[in-house]
Design a protein around this ligand. Structure first.
Ligand code: ADP
Length: 494
């Protein structure tokens, strides 16, 4: 099958969060399973072109209408690993993708609507014949609408269009005029069965358009599939999803186990077994983690200690419960442990709050707070920490618990979304003992965090054998893209 992904992110060249990892990991595995994929992305000025190979102009001129005007675009082709990438460089007067950021501009709706339109013009004019077009979240959710309302009528016919919802929180609400600019009948689409927002009747909703108009919808874990059909998890679109539940499937994300591989990770101070994780290699694993932990401490100025290191790597946004992350730091320190937080926030209040916290702990040698994006440090923490905290309010899939387990780092998570599908409590899960791989709590409050964190700290200190079996249970699970990609391929085929 020939599958074209149209997305706003691709790891690592244009990454904000998990969406980028999914597009990368899924396409790579689909290629390995004998399919052919292409990825269409905006050519952001902040795109890591240094990581690409064979970057060259493929189509020098592609005129794309925007309201009463038309703007030229240059289409580039490139490769990243074995991935075929097409980059749309727009010469729009608003310099849509020359903003130094991927998201966060006041005109994000216009930027990504224009990108969606340009992507469809490109596919139409170059007469591509994909079996599947696969779009991701609100930034490219307009594609199925553009297809049905415009491009299918002039003969462009991919077999089917799939939308993946990575996060319901962001939906792209806007006035119908934005659609009119993209050549769509904006006012006609302001209809409850089309794109009208269910709660803001004068607005259209791009994600809703994607749900109504795509042939299949996937989301990133089975539990999140259920949660988004509830008033709490659906962010206003639960009834739309219930209406379309027949075309909705939850497929758990994988991780790129070549990239995230303690055996070969070039960032690490010492590599250690992962694919061969078993009782016979346990001592190598523990020794490897110990060395990485000591080096992590040295790099971050933490004191040498026999106490465990608790890690957390996250975007600091309300979804991730910043207050509970702060609480987990305090609680860990109270209990004598050490804490390393790597995070950054697009929200100035939250960023400033954590800057103040960092200042508060400035003289302490048992806590390190790094408020940046740092890939190398992320690898050091995944390998060097003993446990990893994720107290999210909601978590569609969550990749960090999967990466942590791959590195033998025990997750402590709130039972929500993909966290609930992948982390099974040592004491309370109904899973067989050999599948229990972490500590969980149900309610997103300080009592919940204490309950799970305290049990983990006690287990680490007092029951090393049990602790080691939890590490191995986590490392043994195959969270590669092999199985998820098979499920996507089966869905495409259907
Ligand atoms: P989300 O997509 O909601 O941000 P996920 O857990 O699905 O959360 O994916 C987060 C990804 O981003 C992981 O690969 C994680 O390692 C990475 N990440 C998050 N914050 C940072 C940071 N400050 N520095 C480096 N990597 C980060």
């Amino acid at each position: 099958m020939h599958i074209i992904h149209i997305a706003s992110e691709l790891a690592p060249v244009a990454k904000v969060g998990g969406l980028a990892d999914v597009v990368h990991g899924l396409c790579r595995e689909l290629n390995q399973q004998g399919h052919s994929t292409e990825i269409l992305l905006p050519k952001y000025d902040c795109l890591r072109t240094d990581l690409l190979s064979d970057l060259k102009v493929e189509t020098p001129e592609l005129w794309v209408p925007d309201g009463h005007y038309s703007f030229n675009n240059t289409i580039w082709s490139a490769r990243y690993d074995d991935l075929n990438v097409r980059l749309i460089e727009t010469h729009h007067s608003q310099l849509y993708f020359n903003r130094g950021v991927i998201y966060g501009c006041p005109d994000d709706i216009d930027r990504f609507s224009y990108f969606s339109k340009a992507a469809m013009e490109y596919l139409f004019k170059t007469e591509k014949k994909p079996d599947i077009i696969h779009v991701h979240d609100w930034p490219t959710a307009l594609i199925p609408v553009l297809h049905k309302e415009i491009y299918s009528k002039v003969g462009f016919k991919p077999k089917k269009i799939v939308l993946t919802i990575h996060n319901m929180e962001h939906q792209g609400r806007c006035s119908p005029q934005h659609l009119t600019r993209a050549g769509l009948p904006g006012n006609d689409l302001l209809d409850p069965d089309k794109m009208q927002d269910p709660y803001s009747f004068n607005h259209v909703n791009l994600l809703k358009g994607g749900i109504e108009y795509s042939d299949q919808i996937t989301t990133v874990s089975p539990k999140y599939e259920v949660e988004i059909q509830s008033s709490q998890g659906g962010f206003g679109l639960h009834e739309v999803l219930i209406k379309h539940r027949k075309k909705l499937t939850g497929i758990l994300n994988g991780i790129d186990t070549t990239f995230w591989n303690p055996e070969a990770d070039s960032y690490l101070f010492q590599n250690y077994p992962a694919n061969r994780a078993s009782k016979t290699t346990l001592s190598e694993i523990i020794a490897g983690k110990e060395e990485n932990k000591n080096q992590l401490r040295t790099q971050l100025g933490l004191a040498p200690s026999a106490q465990p290191v608790v890690g957390c790597i996250t975007r600091l946004v309300p979804q991730k419960s910043p207050a509970l992350i702060k609480h987990a730091i305090e609680r860990t320190l109270e209990k004598g442990g050490q804490f390393v937080l790597l995070g950054s926030s697009p929200i100035p209040e939250i960023q400033n709050d954590f800057l103040a916290l960092k200042e508060h702990y400035r003289t302490r040698r048992d806590v390190a707070i790094i408020l940046e994006n740092d890939e190398r440090l992320a690898h050091w923490i995944f390998a060097g920490a003993d446990m990893f905290v994720i107290p999210s309010l909601f978590e569609p899939c969550g990749l960090t618990q999967l990466i942590a387990m791959r590195y033998g780092t025990v997750p402590i998570v709130r039972l929500t979304g993909g966290l609930a599908d992948t982390v099974f409590d040592v004491d309370t899960s109904t899973k067989p003992l050999g599948e229990r791989n972490g500590f969980t709590f149900e309610f997103p409050d300080t009592g919940g965090v204490n309950w799970a964190l305290d049990r983990a700290l006690t287990c680490y200190k007092e029951h090393p054998k049990k602790w080691h079996s939890i590490i191995l249970n986590g490392m043994r699970i195959d969270h590669s893209w092999k199985q998820p990609a098979k499920l996507y391929a089966a869905l495409y085929k259907e």
